[in-house]
Write a protein that binds this ligand. Structure first.
Ligand code: GLN
Length: 483
């Protein structure tokens, strides 16, 4: 087995038993990046020298722990990569946008700080859709990321670089962000595991705000256990983010046997690729074989989820993007007057999807339309949340988990949806409700259509990551993700 194929746990054991050093691991990953990334384009920045010096320091720390007869942190010496909308001090944070092409972060995001405290190696920053707007990474100003399973297809988005990096063994794990789909969709398309945590479980300090009431950071990794390790490392209360929760992952094991799994009728209707449905139904059957009870549930407001999401997302995004004005943040350009400065900075620096979001969001928030769009969408958001509350409610004999597809189809061809934003938005039909309700959800590789991986989405109630991770881990052992 190649070093770059090992999981975090296996790397940790190898480091502990002196089978290899963190430097060996880091060099192996850098070598893979050199070999593969010209074509795949998962990385926007590779910090080779820094990674090697971090690895040397990790090896020293490991040697010291060994000499003292102590264990070292699970992530010490493990090479990872960070999505390029998350700040890493001293590194560029471009958000895949021309407007931030030369922006260098002046501090570490809280989750990066936590990872560094454990002694991780940061190999570089990964590609995304500009400001995380998209589902395919085609909206990156610096070029698309290709799917390692089929290079004519997208890796998913917006954390496409993070997903492809793990899938092609160019990082042991990565951080992604999920506002409406962006950890789960690329995880599903690239055949890796991605966890979108409960809103508030992970501090958003140091994440470029896309839509603040929807955004969450989370782990993307080779298996469920690795996701759990990283989630444990980055979650918890942070005084720099008032929306972060004082929450610690429970560790008790939850078995599929005896739990109740809800299958939402609305997620298996028109538009779902029959081959995807077959894979998802097969995974549900596997859970049933292990002793889970399967029940059909209704999430009746689902049909409004996409419309609701794209009003709230664009409204919040339009407000958040106001700071990139060429004065406070972003490329600063001169002009004869203020309008000229804006045209030269925002006009030139933003790509077309970003401009579309600003226009849609500004419209929804404008005084004449606020009630009809933004306010209405917030009301619908309440209904969507209520659907889930009802489904999970113990007093209502509710379910423990919900199983459904991540996307209606597997990875699509590069360029296929680029001229039709609405069909791109449709890719998010099964994922956005989770963000609107602030719930945790995971994408687990469940099978393949030809070479193309398909993920099963496992949704839990708030702060029930343990239930999701536990059951996903049990299922992972019995599902053949390669057929
Ligand atoms: N596809 C969704 C959007 O474009 C979600 C993106 C995300 O999760 N960052 O808004």
């Amino acid at each position: 087995m190649e070093l770059t194929e090992l999981t975090i746990k296996q790397c940790h054991e190898g480091l502990k038993n002196k089978k290899f050093s963190s430097r060996d691991l880091t060099l192996a990953y850098l070598e893979n990046i050199k070999k593969k990334d010209k074509e795949l384009h998962a990385f926007l920045t590779v910090t080779e020298d820094l990674a090697i010096s971090q690895a040397i320091r990790a090896d020293e720390r490991i040697a010291l722990s060994r000499a003292e007869g102590q264990d070292f942190p699970m992530l010490c010496g493990i090479p990872c990569a960070i999505k390029d909308n998350i700040l890493v001090e001293g590194q560029k944070c471009t958000n895949a946008s021309k407007i931030l092409e030369n922006y260098v972060a002046s501090y570490d995001a809280t989750c990066v700080k936590k990872l560094k405290e454990q002694g991780v190696i940061i190999l570089g920053k990964t590609n995304l859709d500009e400001f995380a707007f998209g589902s395919s990474t085609e909206n990156s100003a610096f070029g698309v990321t290709k799917n390692p399973h089929d290079k004519t297809r997208v890796a998913g988005g917006s954390s496409g670089g993070s997903a492809a990096a793990v899938a092609a063994n160019m990082a042991c794990f990565t951080l992604g962000t999920d506002t409406g789909c962006s950890i789960r969709t690329p995880a599903s398309f690239c055949g890796i595991v991605g966890l979108k945590p409960t809103y508030g479980a992970v501090s958003r300090y140091g994440l470029t705000a896309s839509a603040s009431s929807l955004d969450q950071m989370g782990p993307m990794a080779k298996n469920v256990e690795d996701c759990k390790i990283v989630f444990k490392a980055i979650s918890g209360k942070d005084k720099m983010d008032a929306t972060s929760a004082d929450y610690k992952l429970e560790e008790s094991e939850v078995k599929l046997k005896g739990i109740k799994i809800g299958v939402p009728k609305e997620y298996f209707g028109k538009g779902l690729d029959p081959e995807v449905e077959k894979i998802i139904r097969n995974a549900i059957k596997k859970a049933e074989d292990q002793g889970a009870e399967i029940v059909e549930i209704n999430l009746s407001s689902s049909e409004y989820a996409l419309a609701c999401y794209y009003i709230i997302q664009t409204s919040e995004a339009s407000a958040n993007l106001a700071r990139f004005d060429g004065i406070r943040y972003g490329r600063s350009e001169n002009g004869k007057d203020l309008l000229d400065v804006y045209l030269n900075s925002r006009g030139v620096g933003f790509g077309s999807e970003t401009k579309r979001r600003i226009m849609l969001g500004t419209y929804s928030l404008s005084s004449g339309y606020y009630d009809a769009y933004y306010k209405k969408a917030q009301e619908v958001r309440g209904l969507i949340r209520q659907d889930f509350e009802k489904a999970f409610s113990p007093s209502n004999d509710g379910v423990d988990l919900i199983f459904c597809p991540v996307t209606p189809f597997p990875a699509f061809k590069i360029g296929e949806k680029m001229n039709d934003p609405l069909s791109m938005y449709l890719a998010d039909i099964y994922t956005v409700s989770v963000n609107l309700a602030g719930l945790p959800a995971l994408s687990l590789p469940a099978g393949k259509i030809g070479k193309l991986p398909v993920g099963l989405q496992i949704i839990g109630n708030q702060f029930q990551e343990n239930k999701i991770l536990s059951c996903a881990s049990e299922l992972e052992k019995i599902i053949d993700k390669n057929v």
